[in-house]
Design a protein around this ligand. Structure first.
Ligand code: GZL
Length: 351
C-alpha cells in the first residue's frame, strides 16, 4: 500500500518546503524525502489541511506545457487533486521527454505514492516502468493520451479523449462542407500539420481523418508535416508547406496552437481562410481563442478535445479508494464547433 500522508502541517511557500526536503510524518512509512518534482511550483502557496485526515498521495507525470490545452489540463488536475479535496499531489513536468516521465514515475514508486497518473507523451516504451509500478502495487491511471501495450493490466484506467473519433469528426465535417459548397466531386488538396509524432493524439486524429479521406478519391492528401502541437512550429511548418505547394485547399491543424501559428504564416502570405472561396482551416482542441476565430469565420471548424479531466480523475481515484470497480476506458464529452453553434459555448470557455 502506498504512503499515507498524515498531519501535513501548515506549510508556507511550498517551494521552500519542498526544496529543503520537508519532512512529513508518514504512518509507518518512515520519513518523506521530498518529491521528485522537477517543476516545483514557485511562489507562495500555503497548504492547509485537516491535520488528522489521511491524504491520498498521487504522483502526476505531466508530459509538458507545449500548448494552451496542456496548461488547462494541468490546472484542471491541480484544482481537483487539491489537499482540500483530500489529495497530496506530487507534480512533475517532463517537458516533452519520455525519459523524464520514466524517471519521475520511478521516483513516485520509490516514494510509495498511492497512485501514479501519467499523460504519456508518446504511445511506445512504457512496459518496463509500468511493470515496476505494478510490482510495487501502485495503480497507474493514464490521462489524456494513451499507450500501446499488449498487457493492459499495466494500467488501471484511461481517462481522456477518443482521438480517432475526433479525426473522423473533422473528416465528416469536411464531407458535409464540400457537399454544401457543391465541391464534393472537385479535387481537394489537403495538408495536415500533425502533433507530436508517436503520440496517441497525433496517431488517432491522423487515422480517424484518414479513414474518411479514404472514402473520397478526389481528396488529395498533399502532405503531412510535424508541427509538434506548438504555435512556433506550426508557423514554421506552414511557411514550408506554402513554399512547397501553391494549390492547397484544406489545412488540417491537429491542435489550436498549430492553427494559430499556421494563421500567422498564411496572413503574412496574404492568404485568407474560413470564408467562401478561401482556404478551409480545420483545427482541434476548442480553446476560447480558437472559438473566437471560429466565430469570426477564420477557422471553419474546431473539434473539441476536453482538457478538464481533473474531476473525473479525482472521482475515479476515490472510487478505487472505496474498492469500487472502475471502467478501463473513460472518454470525456466532446463537441464539434462551427459558426452555427459556437455562440452557445464561447462565453463559458475556461481555457
Ligand atoms: C490531446 C492532447 C493534445 C492537444 C494538444 O488530448 O494530448 O496535446 O490536442 C496538446 O493541444 O498539446
Amino acid at each position: 500500500m502506498g504512503i499515507r500522508v498524515k498531519g501535513i502541517k501548515k506549510i508556507k511557500n511550498r517551494a521552500t518546503a519542498l526544496l529543503t526536503g520537508v519532512t512529513i510524518l508518514l504512518s509507518g512509512c518512515g520519513s518523506f524525502a521530498g518529491p521528485a518534482v522537477s517543476d516545483v511550483t514557485q511562489g507562495d502557496s500555503t497548504i492547509e489541511t485537516k491535520s488528522d485526515d489521511a491524504l491520498i498521495s498521487v504522483g502526476f507525470s505531466q508530459l509538458g506545457s507545449e500548448s494552451t490545452w496542456r496548461s488547462a489540463n494541468t490546472e484542471s488536475v491541480k484544482a481537483s487533486l487539491s489537499t482540500g479535496n483530500g489529495f497530496f499531489l506530487i507534480f512533475d513536468n517532463a517537458r516533452q521527454k519520455q525519459e523524464k516521465q520514466i524517471k519521475a514515475v520511478r521516483s513516485f514508486i520509490s516514494q510509495r505514492v498511492d497512485y501514479i497518473v501519467i499523460c504519456p507523451v508518446i504511445q511506445e516504451g512504457w512496459e518496463m516502468v509500468l511493470s515496476e509500478a505494478r510490482d510495487a502495487g501502485i495503480p497507474v491511471i493514464l490521462l489524456d493520451r494513451n499507450i500501446s501495450v499488449n498487457d493492459d493490466s499495466l494500467y488501471t484506467a484511461f481517462i481522456g479523449e477518443d482521438m480517432y473519433a475526433e479525426g473522423a469528426s473533422a473528416g465528416k465535417w469536411l464531407e458535409s462542407y464540400l457537399d454544401e459548397e457543391e465541391m464534393s466531386t472537385e479535387t481537394v488538396n489537403i495538408v495536415v500539420l500533425e502533433g507530436t509524432t508517436g503520440s496517441s493524439a497525433q496517431a488517432g486524429r491522423t487515422r480517424g481523418f484518414g479513414a474518411i479521406a479514404a472514402r473520397h478519391m478526389n481528396w488529395n492528401m498533399l502532405a503531412s508535416a510535424n508541427g509538434e502541437f506548438t504555435q512556433a512550429k506550426g508557423k514554421e511548418t506552414m511557411e514550408r508547406l506554402l513554399k512547397e505547394f501553391d494549390d492547397i485547399d484544406v489545412i488540417v491543424c491537429q491542435n489550436d496552437d498549430m492553427a494559430f501559428g499556421a494563421l500567422e504564416a498564411l496572413q503574412e502570405a496574404g492568404i485568407k481562410t474560413g470564408g467562401k472561396g478561401d482556404k478551409i482551416l480545420i483545427s482541434f482542441d476548442g480553446t476560447k481563442k480558437a472559438l473566437e476565430l471560429v466565430k469570426e469565420g477564420v477557422i471553419n471548424v474546431d473539434v473539441e478535445c476536453n482538457p478538464n479531466s481533473g474531476d473525473l480523475l479525482a472521482q475515479i481515484i476515490n472510487d478505487l479508494e472505496a474498492g469500487k470497480t472502475v471502467d478501463k476506458t473513460n472518454y470525456m464529452d466532446e463537441k464539434v464547433f462551427t459558426k452555427d453553434n459556437v455562440d452557445e459555448y464561447i462565453e463559458d470557455r475556461n481555457y
